[in-house]
Design a protein around this ligand. Sequence first.
Ligand code: AGP
Length: 611
Amino acid sequence: MCGIVGYIGHQSAATLLLDGLQTLEYRGYDSAGIALAPGDGAFRVTRASGKLINLRNKMDAQDPATLGIGHTRWATHGRPTEENAHPHRSADGKIVAVHNGIFENFLELRKELQTLGETFSSETDTEAFPVMVSHFMKAGLGFREAFHRALGRMEGIYALACLHADDPDRLLAARSGPPLVIGLGEGETFLASDVVPLLRHTRRVIFLEDGDIAELTRTGAQISRLDGSRVERPEQHIPYDPVAAEKGGFKHFMQKEIFEQPQAISNTLLNRLPIEPGEPIPLDLPFSNEELKALQRIHIVACGTSWHAGLVGKFLIEQLARTAVEVDYASEYRYREPVIPEGTLIIGITQSGETADTLAAMKEAALRGARTLAICNVMGSTATRAAEASILTHAGPEIGVASTKAFTTQLAVLTLLALRIGEAKGTVNPAQKEELLQGLRELPAHLEHLNALEPQIMRWAQKYRDASDFLYLGRGPLYPIALEGALKLKEISYIHAEGYPAGEMKHGPIALIDKNLPVVALMPKDAHREKTLSNLQEAAARDGRILGLVTQGDHGLDGIAEDVLELPDVHPWLAPILYVLPLQLLSYHIAVLRGCDVDQPRNLAKSVTVE
Ligand code: AGP
């Protein structure tokens, strides 16, 4: 949601900022804008509603200004119009600012400033900030002091970047909530909401902490706190290959990211599998065996796809570590006054590490005494810095809004974690552990095999593209995959879809079944197979069009299903990682055939930083 970029250096800022915003498009937005500071006392501000191309078409890409800030806006306060797009200016035109977050007291501040004679031209909460800075400057403060003073008046959350028209050598930024990263170059310094726009220019970055204020110049950045005290933040090196965030020959990021899953899972597992049989899982956790053994219960909090990973995690942890697990939507957990007895671990699962609800739920649990662990894909994100411990999924940058490789790598991490806790508790049978570890080692090859089935999935997509509803069914650890399959289809193709435990179908959803309803059935050869099969016979008896995903060589759906896809025979607890891939591809191809914007579906944002 909302993206910020900033640049101060020696190159033309216009193209650099436009390209930076382009790489942030995946976060979701509905308008965009850029302010360039040529250093002659006035800004050149360009804004446009809709896609970035509208902004690009209005700007002079050769503009010589070497200082500027840019923004993609996902509307919260005020419609997605050009007037509400950022950057916002003070009435005298001397201050511009871009903002990610919400100023909760903006109405109050607006009234106060209006009483003092200041004027406003947008409906946004953000505009209060440049107006406030300008107001303090009129009262005699310098730019930096006015910036500090204005921040002191703001309530809510923010990532901010701000410029003064008469100060061509300084870009001010502040963070309290949404992330901001500084990129360090040679004679140039960059600012962005995440590392993706920085990768083309530098791998040397500094993550700002909550409450930090940064002053960026052409030679680097100085960081201070609101009280004016100086702080040092470590410079970090980002290991990603810049091409990891490019489409690389694929039509969409989502397709590329689906195909990257064999490599992504290999990266997740790298150095985390024991070399010799019987060795402990080398999962780097700051909890001792004694602490893991003492865990009485686990609460998992997450949203969307990550919540589905949590449901699979519950299954794995309860099976392998015999520890009770509750899985909650983070947005519910944070407000339901959860009961957190001693010995509770809270696991926040979030690919972005910035989801406001998940962060708040984790914070709530920590305040009530829980130990905290984040499972996350983004190094340096808020979740990884707020939790006591974190496990990175190492999926690489995920740009498509619909999560794919971040999900399967979360499942791989949860399998390792369940084994690790089970080891500490002595609940894992060694033969079972070896079988699962071997299964994990073989996963990348199986995923490669599934990618090769894309032509068959494309034929399914062609056949079922016009359906108005889909039903997804699964049991045990495949039930969350039914939910995930339905979510993927809804998100990117806008087709209504529901996921259900197959055994629950007769308690309601069976009423939906008729000759027009595709029923996607997940039926690996596991302990639930016979039960699922009889549920599917019930669906077939009512003319449901069954698309079955089964274990290689299983002919149980012959004569029942209209289409069958055979998948490799894997340990049933690893089946979720495999069975989701064809569902991702099916959603992808249906969405493409229906002409949908696959990577940036309507109304959705990649990281949801508001409630
Ligand atoms: C996934 O396809 C969705 N776009 C969405 O449900 C997402 O999983 C959810 O917003 C949680 O995001 P997070 O993992 O970054 O916390």
